[in-house]
Design a protein around this ligand. Structure first.
Ligand code: ZN
Length: 468
């Protein structure tokens, strides 16, 4: 380890030399300057204060022709993503030059001209560029330290998806049923057969849409819409001007415990599915690799996974909406996704236990995701307390530090003040108090008319204070 730390960081090649390497060794063309074209100033897009991006997801049924065209598009997106990744990795490892989004786009132009990959031309170029954009975002997350180095997308392993920007599709609203309409994708002749389970806000045009096919071979179109969502009136503690706050402890015994003692269990339905999943997994292992029966079981598993995630989303939706309506400040622990994943990969654990954990992890992730965007929509504050805050061990009554506890301990007595604590409720109370401390730290520094930020993260508190 020591050796690794002492090794000097390799220096990047820059300037003319980098340009030459890119041109000659990597085949990335130079940037062409359009001197004759006057730059048009960007149109000021004034985002209204309560305009938010909202995602609407609908199922659709492609015709055979559309399914074929989409399969080709998904394949091309995956190919371009992998090729972009290989180019960026190679450029750094062999030549020490950095290749960014714009350069991968120029490389894409080259790939489309190359004889062996002319088929790329059959797919909308903006869709392929979006694939490179996703790669750029994956690198961004890696450089920020929140994700691993981007990996190749594999057919059948990664979810199939393609993103269409505004120029990549046409949208004609149905005058009879506002908020629904005809969507026609680039390179396709017919509109999609969308099942409108609800309407978009009337008169809006989707900003962007993405088409996905899950492992159960279901097709979905997700539309990003800019929508005005009015913030809710502030929630105060009855009879005072203090914002109403709630602490959420995420756990294995109960999915969520609130500081008032409310416990939300993992729905029985999900447990039943988990058991079914274990059974199917066992079946899968008995089948011969590459056999048709194995494929069938695989399909069943994929469908079950899809069902689980649908059930989970719907169930959490009601819960998070209620929480956000009733409270002004919501306090949770910082569970970075990477950490969640790691928890699921314990060695030597039985398959069933592993699966259960994976399902719980995904529930937490979904819960936090929903809280985050709903807080933003409705003008609430989400406080994310540091992962190392000792929420479980501290006595919420006298602040004394309690003993180290095994996960199985559900109740403990404080040696300082003698209060008997429910492990999770105590943790939730501690989280709420710590969250409010952070909230006031930020809120008191604000000018009187300014509202508290939507997210206060303990690990980025300094940034929060500076912004205020
Ligand atoms: Zn105590």
């Amino acid at each position: 380890m020591g050796e690794l730390a002492e090794k000097p960081k390799p220096k990047a090649v820059k300037g003319e030399e980098a340009k030459r390497i890119k041109r000659e060794a990597l085949g990335i063309g130079d940037r062409r300057k359009h001197h004759s074209r006057k730059a048009t100033p960007l149109k000021g897009h004034a985002k209204e204060p309560d305009a938010h991006h909202r995602l609407y997801r609908f199922r659709f049924y492609p015709t055979e022709e559309q399914a074929g065209q989409l399969a080709q598009t998904f394949g091309a997106c995956r190919w371009v993503y992998n090729e972009g990744l290989a180019l960026r990795s190679m450029a750094w490892e062999e030549h020490r030059v950095n290749v960014g989004f714009a350069e991968t786009c120029r490389a894409l132009t080259g790939w489309k001209r190359a004889e062996e990959t002319v088929w790329l031309k059959e797919v909308s170029s903006t869709v392929l560029q979006q694939s490179l954009r996703h790669l750029e975002q994956a690198f961004g997350r890696f450089f920020k330290g929140v994700a691993r180095y981007p990996r190749r997308k594999k057919k059948g392993r990664s979810r199939d998806s393609a993103t269409y920007v505004r120029t990549g599709f046409t949208w004609v609203e149905d005058p009879e049923r506002p908020g629904t309409g005809l969507i026609t994708l680039a390179k396709q002749s017919q509109p999609l057969d969308v099942r409108w389970s609800r309407a978009l806000p009337a008169g809006t045009v989707p900003v962007r849409l993405s088409v996905t096919r899950d492992r159960a071979s279901r097709y979905f179109v997700s539309m990003l819409v800019e929508e005005r969502i009015a913030p809710l009136p502030a929630a105060f503690v009855p009879g005072s001007r203090a914002p109403k706050a709630v602490g959420l402890d995420l756990g294995l015994a109960s999915l969520v415990t609130l500081d008032d003692g409310t416990k939300i269990d993992h729905p029985r339905l999900l447990k039943r599915y988990a058991e079914k999943l274990v059974r199917l997994q066992r079946e899968l292992h008995k089948k011969v690799r590459g056999s048709r029966n194995r494929e069938k079981v695989k399909q069943k598993i994929a469908r079950l996974y899809a069902l689980i995630s649908d059930v989970r989303r719907d169930m959490l939706d009601q819960f998070t909406t209620r929480l956000v309506r009733e409270n002004q400040v919501l306090v949770v622990e910082d569970l970075s996704i990477v950490n969640l994943m790691r928890a699921a990969r314990g060695k030597g654990k039985r398959r069933k236990a592993r699966l259960n954990e994976a399902i719980i992890d995904a529930s937490w992730g979904e819960l936090l995701r929903q809280l985050r965007y709903k807080c933003e929509w409705y003008g609430r504050t989400l406080v994310i307390v540091d992962r190392f805050f000792p929420s479980t061990r501290r006595c919420s009554a006298c602040q004394a530090k309690g003993p180290r506890m095994d996960v199985s301990v559900r109740e403990w007595t404080c040696t300082g003040c003698g209060v008997v604590h429910d492990r999770d409720v105590n943790a939730a109370v501690n989280l709420r108090d710590e969250g409010m401390r952070l909230y006031w730290l930020v809120a008191t520094g604000l000018p009187p008319e300014k509202k508290a930020p939507m997210v206060i993260k303990a690990s980025e508190l300094e940034k929060c204070l500076l912004a205020a």
